[in-house]
Write a protein that binds this ligand. Structure first.
Ligand SMILES: NC(=O)c1ccc[n+]([C@@H]2O[C@H](COP(=O)([O-])OP(=O)(O)OC[C@H]3O[C@@H](n4cnc5c(N)ncnc54)[C@H](OP(=O)(O)O)[C@@H]3O)[C@@H](O)[C@H]2O)c1
Length: 274
């Protein structure tokens, strides 16, 4: 029995459609929003241990999409991972982050490291899909004037298309044992500066986009002024740029090609939904 989380979202939705022939169980927060694929649906939030135990009953292999950003996301993930192990799940496939580490520059990469640790400690087999930043989301970093502002310097980002993450997940979930205890780093085919991202994404979207450098202090100040956000959220936003600046997100891998048999999508392909 295969169970998939996140099917009301982008990556999980693509994976659910791709694997519908395997009759997976969909574990969602709100069953009324589950994709209409004729599949069994059960309800659980990652933070709800009892619901997770019930939703994961009888499941052997679990695809776990990392949860929404939250102050207590580490606890939520640990609760769900613990429930999965207790329910008897044997293998978990988790969407992590490229460069997940306790001291990752991108602060949410530290959360992903924590989830990976919880999975390793649980004794379940695992496959980690360590995704770079999502290419199809990069243009949405721009404000209304088309400026992508942040302290990214001339650093580069090897952003990956969400469609490629889903393609890899499909391959892994069709034959999980072949990917037991493997870690894949999913990137696009090239590393680009944010100035290049702005120019190329603008051309696809028919929008004037450009990159504007901020200092770290300016980045905190501009976001603090625009949003009523907690410190952990500001840290996550600003460190998205500093992680690009220091090269943490620049490494290009061929894991998408090796696993799926097709080249990783370019920024243009990701934005056109190809
Ligand atoms: N690498 C990157 O650049 C990047 C960027 C953004 C996000 N991410 C991470 O990658 C994940 C997948 O991306 P996506 O684009 O598919 O995101 P998405 O469209 O927002 O979908 C996220 C899915 O996870 C579910 N979910 C979130 N929090 C949950 C919780 N506490 N308990 C149970 N289910 C929960 C959501 O359910 P609901 O529909 O009920 O909310 C939704 O189905 C995100 O959730 C996030 O952790 C990575």
């Amino acid at each position: 029995m295969l169970a998939l989380t996140g099917s009301t979202g982008h990556v999980g939705g693509l994976v659910a459609r791709a694997l519908a022939d395997l009759a997976p169980r969909l574990v969602v927060r709100d069953p009324s929003r589950a994709p209409a694929l004729g599949l069994e649906v059960r309800s659980a939030d990652y933070a709800d241990r009892e619901a997770a135990l019930a939703a994961l009953e009888g499941v052997d292999v679990l695809f776990m999409v990392s949860g929404a950003e939250a102050r207590d996301r580490r606890d939520q993930h640990r609760t769900f991972i613990g429930a999965a192990a207790e329910a008897g799940v044997e293998h978990i496939v988790y969407t992590s982050f490229a460069g997940a580490a306790p001291d990752a520059t991108f602060t949410l990469g530290r959360d992903h490291h924590d989830a990976e640790q919880a999975i390793r400690e649980s004794g379940m087999r695992f496959t980690f899909l360590r995704d770079n930043f999502y290419a199809d989301l990069l243009p949405w970093f721009a404000d209304d004037s088309g400026a992508i502002r942040g302290p990214a310097g001339n650093g580069q980002v090897a952003a990956v298309a969400r469609r490629d993450v889903a393609d890899v997940a499909e391959v892994v979930l069709r034959d999980p044992m072949a990917h037991a205890d493997a870690t894949y780093v999913l990137t696009g085919p090239e590393a680009l500066s944010l100035a290049e991202v702005a120019e190329r994404a603008g051309a696809v979207l028919g929008r004037e986009l450009h990159y504007e450098e901020e200092t770290v202090d300016e980045a905190y100040a501009s976001r603090r002024a625009a949003y009523d956000a907690a410190d952990w959220q500001l840290d996550a936003w600003v460190s998205t740029y500093t992680a690009i600046a220091d090269g943490s997100c620049a490494a290009v891998t061929d894991d998408v090609l090796r696993l799926t048999g097709h080249p990783a999508r370019t920024l243009e392909q990701a934005l056109r939904g190809e």
